[in-house]
Unconditional design. Structure first.
Length: 208
């Protein structure tokens, strides 16, 4: 993945709540609760999203030690998604409806019967469809409380934030460049210097 194979774009977050001292003892079970699992076709699932070990994305039941290089936690997410053509689904559904009516000598199917047949067809077509997989990753510096997400889209970053907060029961706050700059200025006591440097001189006028 990007963090170990080359350059990538990231978003920065900061852990804004206190990390419990028991993190190392509880993290394995916490991560496994949200570990990636294959899509269950029999339940009509179309997507699966969860944690993986980014060094070995096929490893199951990995432990906290597999992703912890003190003070860094290196985690990945995997999203599998199955999708089929709605046009093909409607064509096969209509064909299925007609076949069932012929076999059962029915002129019309009830609404409940149609829904049941659609669910049956959905499961059947999901089993026939191979999933597409996508991966992302993050590094958590537990000393600094800073997280780098190897993703830039709002939807994906929000989803990773949600699963992180649910897993570790911690809150994350985005660290936008402007916020980082403001915090640095405040920490160095440079507010007055920043105000002076930010003064705008209008064309043909004087600084206010």
């Amino acid at each position: 993945m990007g963090f170990v194979s080359g350059a990538l774009s990231v978003r920065r977050y900061v852990v804004s709540s206190e990390v419990p001292a028991t993190l190392e003892q509880t993290a394995t079970l916490a991560v496994r609760r949200y570990e990636w699992r294959p899509i269950d076709d029999s339940r009509g699932e179309k997507e699966s999203f969860g944690w993986v070990n980014p060094r070995n994305v096929l490893q199951q039941n990995f432990t906290f030690e597999d992703i912890y290089d003190r003070p860094y936690i290196y985690l990945g997410t995997r999203r599998d998604r199955k999708a089929f053509s709605p046009v093909l689904f409607r064509a096969r559904r209509d064909e299925l409806f007609e076949r069932v009516k012929r076999e059962k000598e029915m002129k019309k199917l009830s609404r409940q019967h149609r829904i049941a047949l659609e669910e049956q067809l959905t499961i059947e077509m999901l089993k026939e469809t191979s999933p597409t997989s996508s991966f992302s990753e993050l590094i958590w510096d537990t000393n600094a409380g800073v997280i780098l997400m190897g993703a830039t889209s709002n939807a994906l970053c929000e989803r990773i934030q949600e699963i992180f907060e649910a897993t570790f029961d911690l809150r994350l706050r985005p660290m936008f460049p402007a916020l980082s700059g403001a915090e640095y200025i405040a920490s160095q006591g440079l507010e007055r210097e920043f105000e002076l440097a930010s003064a705008v001189v209008p064309a043909g006028g004087e600084a206010k």
